[in-house]
Design a protein around this ligand. Structure first.
Ligand code: GAP
Length: 506
């Protein structure tokens, strides 16, 4: 795999740089194989990152399957019979337009170069020109007019962001699927692809699930799993990766009702993002200018990252495209018998290939949005009068439900029975929450360490604890301390970190 292709250095952003550095230093995200200088656009999650990511995935999973009686889950394999990807249209159509610069020898996504030019017009106060350029790009891509795309780059005098050169190759399509050898004995066997979306594992199991779980339309199938794309432009940290995780749900409906379900899921998915702490003003819908080969209607939910509004989730009305394609290629009927009565005829709706509304969110993009939103820097004032000081505080204001560690327990000193008491509290709560005991350094330093990883509560065991079994609980966001009995901790922390608080907002 090559080193990442580059785009404009102006896309670099100081706040993102701080977040990337923070994510590494505090065990959230590491560059993959870093000791060998890394593998482009591939990342590993560290001890805090994996907890945060698992919490996000669990919230999504339960919001889908536990909260909806008509949504069930599956876990399909990454490898699929190669014809799957012919049927789905990915072999023929899952391409990005790429262009090379002859001087710098760098490779770019032609559409991204033009989109960046459009964004420049917008920034310079000419949004109409930017919109016209985006619309023209959409038209050319829909018509697969690659010569037209190149001409647009020349007309707009778009140069290589690194070298300033305008010597471009022709634009050509590049298939994003990774493939590997499927058979150890037959070298002529077709390649096996690493799935570029999890959705197809759901489509090919539609009837297995419908029959085994006795589902009645409308119903959904949810899945979380890895997907792989050989992205030409890899940048913006974990925003665009070559190996990533998707959380997808295909909702099977009666033809004719898909518009209503599309609107329902669009609203429901936006509520989810708000409920986990992404502010409404940083979320927006963006209708697709160019529809993917399978989509009849599509909208992105975008989040305002430090590098601008970008897609975190797609909602797609996929019609009966996928099931019909699989039916045709596999020669196995993908139909459902609907015995509900059609009011128009008084007879059952009968056999049909269901329509599908899809919700598809990247676990890594949701992670990035969450950590970007949580990353806070503030100036705090401590002490009074002459002794008053101000200092900078960095902390992660994560929703307590997704925080990697729910509470840290600090024995004030490492003697007088305080460490033992701290251990006792840890043991009494460890079945309920992920906790840590911290006994090194001054209390202030320990608070700072927990703030940096977003721990919502710090529990201090002090002299008074030994007398009356009370502790102080310090709140990450307000820094206020409340004294309470040890016996109240489970309910207090439990209320704050409970998924129920998120689910009640859905
Ligand atoms: N099954 C539909 C589908 O795959 P998509 O818009 O191509 O649709 C859905 O992808 C979501 O997957 C995106 O909204 C994004 O969150 C995530 N995603 C896609 N490509 C990604 C990549 N290269 N790196 C990280 N996440 C990605």
């Amino acid at each position: 795999m090559s080193k990442p292709a580059t785009t404009s250095p102006s896309a670099e952003n100081t706040q993102l740089k701080d977040i990337v550095a923070h994510a590494k230093e505090y065990g959230f995200v590491f560059q993959s194989s870093e000791i060998y200088d890394g593998l482009a656009a591939v990342y590993d999650y560290g001890p805090n990152g994996v907890e945060l990511k698992n919490n996000l995935k669990r919230l999504w999973w339960e919001a889908m399957t536990q909260l909806h009686g008509n949504v069930v889950g599956i876990d399909a394999a990454i490898f699929m019979e190669p014809r799957t990807w012919e049927a789905s249209g990915h072999v023929a159509g899952f391409n990005d337009p790429l262009i090379d610069n002859l001087d710098s020898k760098k490779r770019y996504r032609a559409d991204v170069l033009i989109e960046e030019k459009a964004a420049e017009y917008e920034k310079a106060g000419d949004p109409a020109r930017g919109a016209a350029l985006t619309a023209e790009l959409g038209r050319l891509l829909t018509e697969n007019d690659l010569a037209g795309v190149k001409q647009l780059i020349l007309d707009e005098k778009i140069t290589d962001p690194l070298s300033g050169s305008s010597k471009w190759t022709d634009v050509r399509q590049f298939n994003l699927m990774f493939s590997t050898q499927g058979s150890a004995v037959d070298s002529d066997a077709p390649p096996v692809y690493l799935r570029p979306e999890t959705a197809q594992g759901i489509f090919v199991n539609f009837l297995n699930v419908q029959k085994s779980a006795r589902m009645k339309i409308p119903f959904g199938i949810a899945q979380i799993g890895k997907a792989f794309r050989n992205e030409i432009v890899a940048r913006q940290f974990i925003f665009r990766m070559r190996e990533f995780e998707q959380m997808e749900m295909q909702f099977f409906v009666r033809p004719g009702t898909e518009g209503e379900w599309y609107d329902n899921w669009k609203a429901a998915r936006r509520r989810f993002h708000e409920a986990i702490g992404l502010p409404a003003e940083k979320l927006r819908f963006h209708d697709h200018d160019k529809l993917a080969h399978y989509a009849k209607a599509a909208v992105d939910i975008e989040f305002e990252f430090p590098f601008g509004f970008k897609e975190i989730e797609g909602i797609h009305s996929r019609s009966d495209f996928d099931l019909t394609q699989h039916q045709n290629l596999s020669r196995k009927k993908q139909q459902y018998f609907d015995n509900d009565l059609d009011p128009a005829t008084g007879k059952p709706y009968g056999n049909y290939v269901p329509y599908v509304v899809e919700t598809s969110v990247g676990a890594d993009r949701l992670f990035l949005a969450t950590i970007c939103q949580a990353f806070q820097e503030e100036t705090i004032t401590e002490g009074e009068g002459e002794a008053q000081t101000t200092k900078q505080r960095t902390f992660l204001k994560l929703h307590p439900a997704v925080a990697p560690i729910k509470a840290a327990i600090f024995p004030l000193v490492r003697k007088d029975g305080m460490p033992e008491k701290a251990q006792e509290i840890f043991d009494s709560l460890r079945f309920d929450f992920r906790l840590v005991i911290e006994d090194k350094d001054a209390i202030g330093k320990r608070y700072t360490r927990q703030d940096l990883i977003g721990t919502p509560f710090c529990i201090v065991v002090d002299g008074q604890t030994l007398e009356d079994d009370t502790v102080t609980v310090r709140d990450r966001d307000t820094r206020e301390q409340t004294r309470m009995p040890i016996s109240a901790l489970r309910a207090y922390i439990g209320e704050a970190v409970s998924f129920r608080r998120v689910f009640e907002k859905l």
